[in-house]
Design a protein around this ligand. Sequence first.
Ligand code: 3HC
Length: 728
Amino acid sequence: MHLQIILGSQMKGAVLYEVINNVAVLTVDNPPVNPLSDGVRQGAFDGMVRAEEDPNVKAIVITGKGRAFIAGADISEFGGTGEGHSLNEVFRKIEFSSKPVVAAINGLALGGGLETALCCNYRIASKEAFMGLPEVNLGLLPGAGGTQRLPRLIGPSEALKMIISGAHISANKAYSLGVVDLISDNILEDSIKFALDKAQSADHHPKVRDLNEKVIEARGSDNVLIEAKALAAKTRKGQFAPGQIIKCIEAAIDCDDFDEGLKKEGEYFLECLLHPQREAMIHIFFGERAASKIVDVPKETQLKKISSAAVIGSGTMGGGIAMCFANAGIPVHIIDQDANNLKRGIGVIEANYSYMVKRGRINEDQKNSVFGLITSSLNYEDIKNVDIVVEAVYENLELKTSIFKSLDEHVNSDAILASNTSGLDIDSIAQATNRPEKVVGTHFFSPANIMRLLEVVRGDASSHETLATVMSLGKKLKKASVVSLNAPGFIGNRMLSGYTTQANMLLLEGALPHQVDQALESFGMSMGPFRMLDLVGLDLGWRARKLGGKDAPLASKINDELCEQGRFGQKNSKGFYNYSEGSRAPNPAPENEDVYRRISANNGIERRDISDEEIVDRCILSLVNEGAQILSEGVAQRAVDMDVVYINGYGFPIWRGGPMHHANTLGIKEVVERLNKYKVLTKDASFTPSKMLLELAANGKKLENAPEINDREEKLAFNSPSVGNKNF
Ligand code: 3HC
């Protein structure tokens, strides 16, 4: 038994210090993932001093307690004043230690965590460890030497790829790149032995800061930086941090003096830290974690174990959902009623995996093992023992209700039954079963294996266990899960409807599709509304209206007229735009302009020049106004939930932090003023500011100050028949 001392514990987190076989072991202890909070920095600093001063200590090992080595700087400290030792002070202590220091990377090593390891003389990783520099996802760059040390270790080109993508790499990959020196099955024991051997040998203990060969090699050619700029432009459009990262690596390549490069990194880091994108992206980091929690479902709620799943329907959605389960290692059985459909659906899944192999994302063995988790048949008997079923047939309440009746009869009574409905009433579906408490909506977004958003729809009877289990399953499936009350359109589609209505009205008032799309894409939306409508198909709404014998509302009149002319969107190469054979690139369709002019005139609308500012304001503020209404009804739990929905499901730019964060940035008072201005200009009542916005504006508050659902008048909303207009 070795004496263990706790260092730094008066603050957040600590470092445990013990000496084993003449090796000082510093174990970071800051659950659950060991970020470098003030207590950890203090503990690490004190631990290094103690180890250096103790003549019995010959070497030092730094490791982490639990599943993580170190998850990086403490993100909650950004924007604050920063107490105690800075990371760079701690890192200098490690890097200039008189005794060899080994990083025993026992688990995840991210951001400042990997940067800690890069200050050590040696790095050993356990097989399960993974590492990366994901700061870019927070609007930041690795600001504690990562941009200067990593290129020295693995070369500027690989370093740029890792830092701009923010990707996590496995221990094996890290070894092959040269990030770590060894992989171990027995990380602590091996690291202690390795450290002692090194201390006793006459070896020089390398410092990454001194390894100049790879950066010098890259001097004199701009290729690496040009490639990085192209990568950033393609994958991180509109973001500030990637440009700063490239400047840091340029400094690493060009500066002979390591400390000069480090100084530049510090300056570029500070600019990121002060940039509004940093605040927006950290808002989303914590927002996604907040959204995964349901206010009135206790943390300790028992979860049902999900070891197997079934999906009903082998179409695009069903296939994508089945892939999500298989990718997470959960065996999944697909049921379809039609053998040909099933064969085609399984073929599409296999083709998707083959495409991933072709792109080098997985290898053939991985494909076989994941695809091997997917089975299929025509018979409900084959899924009687699964833990969860996700129904993914087309949107028809009668059909879904009858499927749930059959599922209730065939599948063991413990199983959760979920519907991938995008808008039908979950309570009606639940009532068809004898287990309404185990029924829930799981609204995946297409393509389900790629899109991160999962709207979890809470029925009146959905139990805490069911909800907690599905939220936890969402995390396993790598989704950003957000809970919505069972109300028309749930969260995302209800907000979208005001947004597309405004886009269509702008068309009637004088704008053209490419102007609207360009304005919103310049704002940062990944795809403008008319490109999106062309992609989805203009005929969907048109057919539904025809079937229901309904006239097109004013905002859909152009859409429906285009359909009457056989323009259905990308599927037949003409819609709001024209498409060349086999291409998805939109070309303007001047032949449509007569239609726009005629419909404007027929409806007494005088066409005018419309500014990009008006386009963005009307579309985006419609999202905000509807979002505030949704919040006050309790359909969403918090403002940030809607930000998470819009970023992960609707292409809203993450660096703006979502529509509700955008509204906070503008100021709620300003939002209200602009809504009122557009209400006067357009005489459109939908611009009437919601009561919640008016109250927040009057009190100078932000949307995140809206009271949590339990404090609101509508707190009974989850069970109240009055919520929303259940006109599904
Ligand atoms: N700082 C503060 N809190 C953190 C944190 C961090 N770096 N990383 C995770 N947490 C918190 C989460 O907010 C969450 O808190 P909660 O339980 O109260 O909601 C808790 O730790 C667990 O996190 P997750 O739910 O995300 O756990 P997972 O197991 O799903 O994921 C993870 C773990 C992969 C580490 C993920 O949390 C993650 O990606 N964290 C961020 C890593 C990162 O970006 N590091 C770089 C930080 S910036 C930096 O280092 C700057 C430096 O260069 C100067």
